[in-house]
Design a protein around this ligand. Structure first.
Ligand SMILES: [Cu+2]
Length: 75
């Protein structure tokens, strides 16, 4: 399976609980394989199947109560 790396800028995280919420929200999006959330950098870096689009990822973060915007995707 071909995968891609996606980085999102996450707004509104203040503690480890927030990090977990964002992590869970992104992990539940179909096709997402691995998620690393950094509270310091306010980013989420994910490995995902190449079919995964930006919109459902941002939607998942928004539904969890945080802001998200694309920082980088490698395709
Ligand atoms: Cu928190």
């Amino acid at each position: 399976m071909t995968t891609q790396t996606i980085t999102l800028k996450i707004g509104g995280m203040e503690c480890g609980g927030c990090v977990k919420s964002v992590q869970n929200a992104l992990s539940n999006v179909p096709g997402v394989l691995k998620v690393e959330v950094s509270l310091d950098k306010a980013t989420a870096t994910l490995q995902a199947a190449e079919t995964v689009r930006m919109e459902p990822l941002i939607e998942a973060v928004t539904e969890a109560g945080f802001d998200a915007e694309p920082l980088a995707g490698d395709n």
